[in-house]
Design a protein around this ligand. Structure first.
Ligand code: AKG
Ligand code: FE2
Length: 320
């Protein structure tokens, strides 16, 4: 297995072989598989599909909570990779208890965040060592809803927001990434309706101009997802929303035709969150959230000495 992976890596990432790099598929793994398999696939490919992440009833609940916010939206934002067509629901985990407690708080996703993003460091007070751990934070939660007539996004890395720098690597080194994303589709996503385009293996590329070939498709795979599946990717993976060129004539009853995906990104506990959680989620609402969500929003200090109030971890403010 290991040598097969090494070979596949060499073939897929050799940017000098410009024209015939094989397109790898995104691997699908069942949530009953050991965590180590998810880690192995993420390290090798930069992304993985969880086959049985959730179910239709849970997706229907999330849809019920999110859809009214979506339907209120007119023009989409023009910022970052967004080009004005994509409708969004920001501060998503405050608007949907289901997205928050069933998707974002999912133990598999959180375990992977802990593995890839937590930081453990030993430092010295004189000759006394102290080892501390900083746990991940939610960076942003947002629904991306693209209607027919949406062009493909330019392929990009989401850790651009944190000015991340990358050097070419033959194999994965823990600590390389500062973001881990979770995409939960609210409909089946296909090439025709703008499934996210991803470049498996590109998390090991450096910062030089990426080579997607003359046609811009080299190494690019459509992350076609069935409802109930989820897509997890490292923040250094090249990706972008796909094109939804023509209406397919398949809107759900009472809704506009669109491709809807709920996305959540976690960052390390020492990076700045994309959405300012303390201003996005009022304290009275945070008190009703599960403990893991409170912690991931920053209501627990990052050891040592970050995120304090009066030199104390802020969760005492949630106590009454
Ligand atoms: O809509 C998508 O599939 C991805 C959107 C995205 O990557 C972005 O806006 O940064
Ligand atoms: Fe992105």
């Amino acid at each position: 297995m290991a040598s097969f992976l090494q070979h596949a890596r060499r073939v897929a990432y050799d940017t000098r072989k410009a024209d015939h790099a094989p397109v790898r598929q995104i691997r699908r793994v069942s949530r009953t598989a050991p965590l180590s398999l998810f880690i192995e696939v993420l390290e090798a490919d930069g992304c993985v599909i969880v086959k049985d992440f959730t179910d239709e009833a849970t997706l229907a609940k999330a849809d019920h909570e999110v859809r009214p916010h979506l339907e209120q939206q007119g023009e989409g934002a023009k910022v970052g990779a967004l080009q004005g067509k994509t409708r969004t629901v920001t501060r998503l985990i405050g608007k949907s208890a289901t997205v928050r407690e069933k998707f974002f708080a999912d133990p598999l996703y959180q375990d992977l965040c802990e593995h890839f993003l937590s930081l453990e460091t030993t430092h010295w007070y004189g000759d006394k060592p102290l080892t501390t751990t900083s746990h991940p934070l939610l960076s942003i939660s947002i629904t991306f809803d693209i209607p027919p007539g949406t062009p493909a996004q330019g392929l990009h890395r989401d850790d651009k927001n944190h000015h991340a720098r990358h050097s070419h690597a033959e194999s994965y080194q823990k600590g390389r990434d500062i973001l881990l994303g979770l995409f939960v589709p609210a409909c089946d996503t296909t090439k025709a309706n703008g499934a996210t385009r991803v470049v498996p293996g590109s998390h090991l590329w450096g910062d030089e101009i990426p080579n997607f070939g003359k046609d811009g498709k080299r190494g690019v795979v459509d992350a076609e997802l069935r409802m109930g599946e989820a897509f997890i990717m490292l923040g250094s993976l090249y990706h972008g929303g796909g094109a939804y060129e023509e209406p397919l004539g398949v809107p759900k009853e009472g809704t506009r035709e669109s491709r809807t995906v709920h996305a959540m990104f976690s960052c390390t506990g020492v990076h700045r969150q994309e959405e300012v959680s303390f201003l996005s989620y009022p304290i009275e609402e945070v008190k009703t959230y599960s403990k893991i969500v409170q912690e991931r929003l920053g209501w627990k200090q990052s050891e040592p000495n970050l995120g304090w109030v009066d030199l104390k971890s802020p969760e005492f403010l949630l106590a009454d």
